[in-house]
Ligand binder design. Structure first.
Ligand SMILES: [Mn+2]
Length: 322
């Protein structure tokens, strides 16, 4: 953390990046850092390859996020909530490869397999990357801002599932209390994050729920989102981002999967587990990744084939004898 602070102080221009298909932790963390660096009169560009999801449009300073990879040179690149340049974008991975940044910094709360940047600031105990950023900003005395408090609060709400998941520790509530003291507004964040759904999201959910499938004696449940459903509901696939939580919420279900047909025909799989099963291990078998209770991957096959492959892999985890 001290090295990050030193790098921030001693450099002038920063490119702040986060993983594609960004979530509230990726965008909230990147913006909190971007807003703070600007306060220090630094040049800070916040880049994400993909569009900011509809339910994050309320975030302070959200217009600072650019989807166009910036030309020109930066002293530092800071990766947040992501430790793989290729999960940011091809342009970014190429720029790292070409050593376009004097210093590459990685700030994350996922365990690293190997060294990533010149400075890796990783706290696997942190509930969100935003929590790590918050510690940095506090040390730098940059945390006295309601905008920053709301941004960091959003990262915590998203990554703890609204203070429900097993990463919701005493420390999380202490940090949340600090954020409220600085001006974070829980109802403002929750209302925008969760109570601001466009009608066609529910139209799409209705169609998707019809595909609900239960397997392995009720321990597994899955749902599909096909191109046809998207067309019928006139919905963008982003609207189905949280659908994977619905099949998991069924009594007795240990693992759930959401199968989504992508525009290019490949199948995107989001898996969720309740207790024992580590879905990140399943995702890794197919070149994906994630956490124990939430992970994902992409399979280059048609929907029935992808479903068969995933169910087989999940079945082996539910019952090693299979
Ligand atoms: Mn995160």
């Amino acid at each position: 953390m001290q090295k990050v602070i030193k790098a921030i102080k001693s450099n002038k221009s920063f490119l702040i990046v986060s993983h594609y298909h960004p979530d509230g932790d990726a965008i909230g963390s990147a913006l909190a850092l971007g807003v703070s660096l600007k306060k220090l009169k630094k040049k800070a560009v916040v880049y994400n390859r993909d569009a900011v999801p509809f339910n994050l449009h309320f975030l302070p300073a959200v217009k600072q996020v650019t989807g166009a990879f910036p030309e020109g040179r930066f002293d530092c690149a800071i990766m947040v909530d992501c430790a793989q340049p290729k999960r940011i974008s091809k342009e970014f991975a190429d720029a790292v490869e070409a050593k376009k940044f004097k210093t590459l910094i990685c700030i994350d709360h996922h365990l690293l397999d190997a060294k990533v940047g010149d400075i890796d600031c990783i706290d696997p105990k942190a509930a969100s990357t935003g929590c790590v950023i918050w510690s940095i900003l506090k040390k730098m005395r940059l945390h006295k801002s309601a905008d920053i408090a709301n941004l960091i609060y959003c990262t915590m709400v998203v990554d703890t599932g609204s203070f429900r998941y097993s990463n919701t520790t005493e420390k999380v509530f202490q940090l949340a209390a600090e954020l409220l003291r600085e001006g974070a507004k829980p109802w403002f964040v929750a209302q925008n994050l969760e109570e601001n759904n466009p009608f066609n999201r529910y139209h799409l959910l209705g169609l998707s729920l019809k595909s609900l499938h239960i397997g392995f004696d009720g321990q597994f449940a899955s749902m599909d989102v096909t191109r046809e459903m998207l067309k019928e509901a006139q919905a963008h696939e982003d609207l189905s981002d949280e659908f994977a939580n619905y099949p998991r919420s069924i009594a007795g279900v240990e693992v759930s999967a959401l199968y989504r047909e992508m525009e290019d025909g490949r199948i995107k799989i989001s898996m969720r587990s309740k207790n024992k099963i580590d879905v990140s291990k399943v995702a890794k078998q197919f070149g994906g990744g994630g956490h124990k209770h939430a992970a994902g991957c992409v399979i280059n096959a048609d929907l029935p084939t992808a479903k068969m492959q995933i169910e087989e892999a999940i079945g082996k985890n539910l019952n090693p004898k299979l």
